[in-house]
Design a protein around this ligand. Structure first.
Ligand code: KIV
Length: 262
């Protein structure tokens, strides 16, 4: 897959599947699956490092995860998140961070929101760095938004999201992520753009879906947003296996003679 396939898939009405990955083994499983592309999300700060928001992701953290994911999934198209503020310090810093992410193994970068960094998006694209936009709920702006809530509920916000989507397309983005908006608005935005709109919490009428690896595998047992579907009860499966190891160790049935060097 390359950036041109994104538009082609939209034209051919083929939905795009994207999932996050952060480490070698996780990426290997995604690499061996039919998933179209991988996002090395700044959600790494939360699901891999235990922070309470994505603002703790750093360029170094994102490069380390991107390199591990590339080693695990050598053939997949990888999008890497530009972390908090890394694209708000001028084009020079943005180019440096985006370049480092590409050298670490990403094929493209993703930037949240748009207002105030339009020139940076344009400059990255013109520098040969494919850019995916991300609008709607943008978790790096959580302190300003005031919580993880549905965006685009009133007319002004809807107008602004449509403007941002069209502007991202005209700046040269090859795709956008649209997070946590009502499905009617998502459908309008999907129809306005030639580039694919990949939704998360944006309903069915978009060009693809993205989920966090740990969410779709049910690996966390905390609160899940309404839009998450658990395709596996991963947390329970892991806990069960750990308890079984503990039990078989303590009762003396592990290891067996077949698991022992004679
Ligand atoms: O960081 C991330 O995981 C993301 C997805 C939720 C789209 O940006």
């Amino acid at each position: 897959m390359n950036i041109h396939d994104f538009k082609k898939m939209k034209l051919e009405n083929r939905k795009i599947s994207m999932v996050t990955a952060y480490d070698y083994l996780g990426a290997k499983a995604v690499g061996d699956s039919e998933i179209d592309c991988i996002l090395v999300g700044d959600s790494a700060a939360m699901v891999m490092h235990g922070f309470d928001s994505t603002i703790h992701a750093t360029p170094e953290m994102m490069c380390t995860h991107t390199a591990a994911v590339r080693r695990g999934a050598p053939q997949k198209f990888i999008v890497a998140d530009m972390p908090f503020l890394s694209f708000r310090k001028g084009t020079e810093v943005a180019v440096q961070v985006a370049g480092d992410l590409l050298k670490a193994g990403a094929n493209s970068v993703k930037l949240e929101s748009l207002d105030g960094h339009e020139e940076t998006v344009r400059h990255l694209v013109q520098s040969g760095i494919p850019v995916m936009g991300h609008i709607g709920l943008t978790p790096q702006f959580i302190q300003q938004i005031g919580g993880y809530k549905v965006q685009g509920r009133n007319e002004d916000a809807q107008k602004h999201l449509k403007y941002q989507a069209q502007e991202l397309e005209s700046l040269g983005c090859f795709s956008i992520v649209l997070e946590c908006v009502p499905q009617g608005l998502a459908q309008e935005i999907q129809r306005l753009l030639q580039i694919p709109v990949i939704g998360i919490g944006a309903g069915l009428q978009v060009d693809g879906q993205v989920l966090v690896f740990h969410d779709l595998l049910g690996l966390s047992n905390g609160h899940q947003p309404k839009f998450v579907r658990k395709f596996l009860a991963g947390y329970e499966a892991i806990k069960g296996a750990l308890n079984q190891f503990h039990q078989e160790t303590t009762e003396g049935s592990f290891p067996s003679s077949q698991e022992t060097y004679q």
